[in-house]
Design a protein around this ligand. Structure first.
Ligand code: FAD
Ligand code: DHB
Length: 389
């Protein structure tokens, strides 16, 4: 097969890039190691920045999002028993939209199928070659047969555990990393959310988050040990622990029910620099990971794709490489802002026993400042709704 762009990975980054390139008349194929159903079954992020919603409009896949997405103009923080609302709309002039990553993925997959664009699912042993020269090649096996794709560019949208980043010589990459000593245990359940807005909770027993997917489907998280197992958390125990971390108002409105999904996610900050190696361009989790506290992972994948799609479109329209040359620097600037914000939110709201009473006092002072300073609230709001592209 010969295409202009070979996209590795059918997560939000790969699918969004595929759709934008398709609309621009650029021939691309998506090569994914898992099945479509597996990709759709992964429960991940749920909060979209306005810029990401705008991108979905540009990608012509925002119909269901417009009808079903929940506009949120604020978030609540429950810290040491005290509630504080951050008026996102009032402080930043923007809101966020609650719409699951699964739904974004489904909308993009449906658009791709309707367009008849090429995708390969369940591709085994995907490897990337020759991106330091003019003729990159992607190889994979499917149903026992070997396949090869010749292309102009490879877009590495294959997530943190993908094949693209490890294919770059180690000496060409600089990595920056912080691994946190705890994880998030998440539960999805068909019960009405405890509140109209998200509640981020800092409690002496650990962090909790009350989120949602719709008015009838809730998503809850609690901070847990890194080596904890979902088997240790039957539904009843999860609901009891969540309830302990809430205030009376939220507890009285908490509706419990059987979990549809339960998983533990580790927390990590990670950035690989640069994001371009010749004709291999990384986007999304393939290049960077943030702890989920700031709801930035999915949104960062979208902003990378914004820059990458524009750069490829410019190249194919005019032959100019200036936007491709600027790609890594432009992305990384915004990536580091999101890394900083996610790190800050994580530090403010989680339990860090190793930081002792000094650490807790600093968290309390930070929250006190947030409650009483419009400037501090504005800073949180601006970052939460997403910095401009
Ligand atoms: P991915 O969604 O990871 O997609 C990469 C794709 O590449 C996958 O489909 C994978 O199967 C495929 N792939 C991997 N290796 C290969 C290979 N060798 N060959 C071919 N294909 C390959 N963010 C938030 O904002 N809030 C959250 O609550 C949140 N929860 C998360 C929970 C978990 C468990 C994880 C892992 C992430 C979570 N995130 C969250 C982050 C967010 O989901 C990601 O930032 C987002 O999925 C990034 O999209 P992506 O397309 O870059 O990568
Ligand atoms: C969700 C996840 C987050 O990490 C976050 O900050 C907000 C919401 C969610 O899954 O709904």
């Amino acid at each position: 097969m010969r295409v202009q762009v070979a996209i590795i990975g059918s997560g939000p980054a790969g699918l969004l890039l595929g759709q934008l390139l398709h609309l621009a008349g650029i021939d691309a194929v998506i090569v994914e190691q898992r099945s479509k159903e597996y990709v759709l079954g992964r429960i991940r992020a749920g909060v979209l920045e306005q810029c990401m919603v705008d991108m979905m409009e540009r990608a012509q896949i925002a119909g269901r999002l417009r009808a079903e997405g929940l506009v949120h103009e604020g978030i609540e923080i429950l810290f040491g028993g005290e509630r504080h609302r951050i008026d996102l709309q009032g402080l930043s002039g923007k809101h966020v939209t609650v719409y699951g990553q699964t739904e974004v993925t489904r909308d993009l997959m449906d658009a791709r199928a309707a367009a008849g664009a090429k995708s390969v699912y369940e591709a085994d042993n995907v490897t990337v070659h020759g991106f330091d020269g003019k003729r990159p090649v992607v190889r994979y096996r499917k149903e026992g047969a070997a396949h090869e794709i010749e292309c102009d560019f490879i877009a590495g949208c294959d997530g943190f555990h993908g094949v693209c980043r490890p294919s770059v010589p180690q000496s060409a990459i600089t990595e920056h990393e912080r691994v946190y000593a705890f994880g998030w245990l998440g539960v999805l359940a068909d019960v009405p959310p405890v509140s109209e807005e998200l509640i981020y909770v800092s409690h002496e027993r650990g962090f909790a988050l009350c989120s949602m997917r719709s008015r009838t489907r809730s998503r809850y998280y609690i901070q847990c040990e890194l080596d904890d197992k979902v088997e240790n958390w039957p539904d009843q125990l999860f609901w009891a622990e969540l309830a302990r971390r809430l205030d009376d108002r939220a507890r009285s409105r908490l509706v419990t029910g059987p979990s549809l999904e339960k998983s533990i996610a580790p927390l990590r900050s990670y950035v690989a620099e640069p994001m371009r190696f010749g004709r291999l361009l990384l986007a999304g989790d393939a290049a960077h990971i943030v702890p989920p506290t700031g709801a930035k992972g999915l949104n960062l994948a979208a902003s990378d794709v914004h820059y990458l799609s524009n750069a490829l479109i410019e190249y194919y329209r005019s032959g100019k490489t200036s936007a491709l040359d600027a790609y890594s620097g432009q992305c990384l600037r915004r990536v580091w802002q999101a890394v900083r914000f996610s790190w800050w939110m994580t530090n403010l709201l989680h339990l860090f026993p190793e930081n002792g009473s000094f650490g807790r006092k600093i968290q309390c002072a930070e929250f006190d400042y947030l409650m009483n300073s419009r400037a501090a609230g504005t800073s949180l709001a601006e970052n939460y709704v997403g910095l401009p592209y």
